[in-house]
Design a protein around this ligand. Structure first.
Ligand SMILES: C[S@@+](CC[C@H](N)C(=O)[O-])C[C@H]1O[C@@H](n2cnc3c(N)ncnc32)[C@H](O)[C@@H]1O
Ligand SMILES: [Zn+2]
Length: 287
């Protein structure tokens, strides 16, 4: 494995063009040890390169190290490449800023930045292990610790593409914050699981069932936005038992199951295991 490149402090400095103080909403600039606003609010920048702008009252901790590592292995396996391709298609040439809400390790945002050389990005996430990786994921990507339920530390009308992939931040409050940060003509790209996502595993392993209708919900989530497209990305993958465990333990099931217990149950089944990965990529556009 090649070592991760050092984080590029320029990505965060450049992102100050669209970030704002989460406490008073003033502009931010680089100050000793972090970033700060004119009112004197200070936010540390961690040694690994991400800015901590969560606000003291936030209790969100986000994904654990084990979840992040499982997700990295799944993403490296290519199982989600079809999802990335649909996301890239939705990002117009000429877009300047992408913000990935609950963007985890920045894997999707970095792939989009690879495909759009004029674009810069910000990953917002609550998970420290994810942010450590996101800060090094791409030279044009900044990473910011933030609780998306408590507001988005991004300036009004500054974002050309907002991305939300299997991540929280929906609902009325989420929609209002999203609308606030979107520039005229901006797009919102939302990836949600379909009801048959991981369907072969739900009964056998006792997993959380994905309710139907998430794509329709996403399509209707921003009042006044047009739906440009809803693309279903679906395939059956033949996976080894460890890959199945990664698929399960990278998501919310990790909060309800022990990996070892699921491994015992899987050991009774023949491998490889056929698993459906089925999502919808919903693309919205505002005026
Ligand atoms: C299922 S993961 C998806 C990560 C990434 N979008 C991806 O697809 O690789 C959900 C992400 O939301 C983050 N998260 C959970 N609660 C959050 C919150 N309140 N604010 C910001 N991020 C949050 C988690 O840390 C995690 O990285
Ligand atoms: Zn401030």
């Amino acid at each position: 494995m090649t070592p991760a490149p050092p984080h590029d402090p320029d990505a965060l400095t450049a992102a100050l063009e669209i970030l704002e103080c989460p406490l008073c909403r003033e502009a931010l600039e680089r100050v000793d040890g972090g970033v700060g606003c004119e009112a004197g609010h200070h936010f540390d920048v961690a040694r690994q390169g991400y800015a901590s702008m969560r606000g003291g009252a936030s209790t969100a901790t986000g994904d654990t190290v084990a979840m992040v590592e499982a997700r990295e292995r799944v993403q490296a396996s290519g199982a989600h490449d079809g999802i990335v391709a649909a996301i890239v298609d939705a990002v117009p040439e000429g877009a300047r800023w992408i913000v990935d809400l609950g963007g985890g390790t920045g894997w999707h945002a970095a792939r989009v930045l690879d495909a759009r050389p004029g674009l810069r990005g910000v990953v917002l996430d609550a998970s420290v292990p994810a942010l450590r990786r996101a800060a090094r994921a791409h030279e044009r990507l900044a990473a910011v610790a933030s609780d998306v339920w408590r507001g988005i530390p991004v300036q009004d009308a500054s974002v050309d593409v907002a991305l939300r992939v299997f991540a929280p931040g929906g609902g009325e409050r989420g929609a209002a914050e999203l609308e606030r940060i979107l520039a005229p003509g901006a797009r919102v790209v939302i990836v949600v699981p379909e009801a048959d996502h991981h369907r072969e595993l739900v009964d056998t392993l006792g997993l959380l069932r994905v309710p139907a209708g998430k794509a329709e919900e996403a399509a209707a989530s921003i009042p006044g936005a047009r739906v440009l497209s809803t693309t279903r990305v679906s395939a059956v993958h033949e996976l080894g038992r460890d890959e199945v465990l990664d698929l399960v333990m990278m998501g919310p099931n990790a909060f309800h199951h022990e990996r070892a217990a699921l491994a015992d149950r899987l050991a009774e089944r023949p491998a490889p295991v056929a698993v459906t990965i089925a999502v919808s990529v919903v693309v919205l556009e505002v005026d």
